[in-house]
Write a protein that binds this ligand. Structure first.
Ligand SMILES: Nc1ncnc2c1ncn2[C@@H]1O[C@H](COP(=O)(O)OP(=O)(O)OP(=O)(O)O)[C@@H](O)[C@H]1O
Ligand SMILES: [Mg+2]
Length: 297
């Protein structure tokens, strides 16, 4: 009897990986195989840098930032050096954003973002409302899921956000916006650290205005748009922006506070842009708001 499955090669490769690799404390096997094909992975086609090998290893390289609700880690996902053949998809850097079980205070604050968004499982809703351990874990998982789904939708619609690679429980992995010259990773600077000239400030105003309007087309406001949640992509020759931190995207139609969030987003970035060289015309929060509102109504 012949089988189309090549067991010899399969066993040889798995053995090779386990022989070659011994996991350190800051390592784990790639969690890619744990993800369900359509729900937990980013939009297809997968970019060719995404590492899909089952024998790949995740190594935590360090903390990018710790926050109240989530911590961001820099992760390398790679085949052991000995198994690489110099093709794409064998090694990459990613940002792993891990949501914590939120504190009660942070959680109360989160209520107005979530209005109009419902949890299908009422057992989960009740546990979240009571703040039980199960509820806190479920809430962390929900924030991660909300951000992952939002990134998928925005990325697919062509908005300037990092590519979302995968989600496993409360951890989502996304494209690392930064450089890795000589294996020395440097994360993209945030907008608030930058001192642009007028031309660049106006370019950024146009990019952010487009982002706000495109997002309104989809029926959302960012909800926390600020120079702290905008990265300047060092891989782009023209210093293009990438927008991050979208777990609180606000549904402009269902959420009664939607327009207030939209207005605040516009004011936040326009204030910074004007203070840093953009013309009043290019960064006019009222003009942005008026145009955005017309998009979803
Ligand atoms: N895809 C990415 N590429 C490079 N750096 C990133 C990426 N995502 C996040 N970071 C870095 O990690 C920081 C925290 O990310 P993010 O804003 O998503 O998390 P947060 O915990 O909600 O932060 P905060 O509470 O400060 O808004 C960012 O300010 C940025 O410096
Ligand atoms: Mg942030």
């Amino acid at each position: 009897m012949t089988s189309s499955f090549d067991w010899d090669t399969f066993l040889a490769t798995s053995e090779l990986t386990t022989q070659v690799a011994e996991l350190d404390e800051d390592q784990r096997w790639s969690t890619w195989p744990e993800t369900a094909h359509t729900l937990d992975r980013g939009p297809q086609p997968f970019p060719d840098w995404v590492v899909q090998h089952h024998g790949a290893i995740d190594t935590e390289l360090g903390v990018l930032k710790t926050g109240k609700e989530a911590d961001a880690f820099l992760i390398e996902r790679a085949l052991p050096q000995e198994l690489r053949t110099d093709q794409g998809g064998e090694a990459t850097l990613m940002v792993a954003k891990r949501f914590r079980s939120p504190e009660l205070a942070a959680f109360h604050r989160s209520q107005s973002y979530a209005e109009g968004r419902r949890t299908r499982d009422s057992r989960v809703s009740r546990a979240i409302a009571r703040g039980t351990a199960f509820g806190r874990e479920a809430a962390a998982g929900q924030w991660a899921r909300t951000e992952f789904d939002a990134l998928c939708e925005l990325f697919s619609a062509g908005l300037a956000v990092p590519y979302p690679v995968q989600i496993v429980e409360g951890e989502l992995c996304m494209e690392f916006i930064g450089t890795d010259d000589d294996a020395r990773p440097v994360a993209a600077p945030r907008l608030h650290e930058m001192r642009p000239d007028e031309t660049l400030a106006v370019q950024w105003a146009q990019e952010l205005r487009r982002f706000v309007l495109d997002l309104a087309d989809l029926g959302y406001a960012h909800g926390d748009l600020s120079p702290y949640n905008v990265l300047v992509d060092p891989r782009s020759e023209t210093q293009r922006l990438a927008i991050i931190d979208v777990p609180q995207v606000v549904d402009l139609v269902a959420n009664p506070h939607g327009p207030e969030f939209l207005e605040r987003d516009c004011v936040n970035v326009c204030t910074w842009l004007r203070a840093h060289g953009a013309t009043e015309r290019s960064a006019d929060p009222e003009e942005w708001y008026e145009h955005a509102v017309r998009r979803y109504r």
